[in-house]
Design a binder for this molecule. Sequence first.
Ligand SMILES: N[C@@H](CCC(=O)N[C@@H](CS)C(=O)NCC(=O)O)C(=O)O
Length: 203
Amino acid sequence: MKLWHSPASPFARKVRAAAIELGLAARIEVIEVTVVPIKPNEQVAHENPLIKVPAFRTDDGEELYDSRVICEYLDALAGGGRLFPASGAARWRALRRQALGDGIMDAGILRRYELALRPEALRWTDWLAGQQAKVDHGLDAADREAGGWSDAFDIGHIALACALGWLDFRFPDAGWRAPRPQLAAWFARVSTRPSLAQTVPHA
Ligand SMILES: N[C@@H](CCC(=O)N[C@@H](CS)C(=O)NCC(=O)O)C(=O)O
């Protein structure tokens, strides 16, 4: 199996963390690429027409993209039902939490592109504030439920941990912990898991 990733990408990190949790990491060749929306990477476009990481190829040559699809594929390959509960309320909760983590990352990444890529004179502060509101509300929602998460670690928890790790990496002074003690305590606890400790984002 092959994974196209960037070490800074929280979505690619989801896949790498899932592979470690499932004991599949050694079977995946990891290929590092650079993706920037204003400079389409043709190598990545060949693997994912949306020109984003993560992109993935199975041993059968099947192209898969989007972290959600790749993570679920890996879960199925490992027997199923480990990171994606098979059915019932647990499944919907895990998928909803994954959507929350992914949504925080989407909004955070749009802010990051606005701040890092768009010429300063063209930046739109209302739009930046709108994306920040999504990040803030998303973190508040996660904090409200984090106290009840105990030792469970499914795809929703992976997505949220990747979102928090990425916020620390790109916006280290954001101060998300102080108003969200439950989420901060949970993140400190799960950050020692090998799947997260071995995939900390870097440039
Ligand atoms: N929904 C996608 C999002 C992937 C994504 O946004 N990846 C970013 C890097 S973290 C990317 O490749 N950005 C390049 C671009 O937007 O052109 C997933 O879950 O895989």
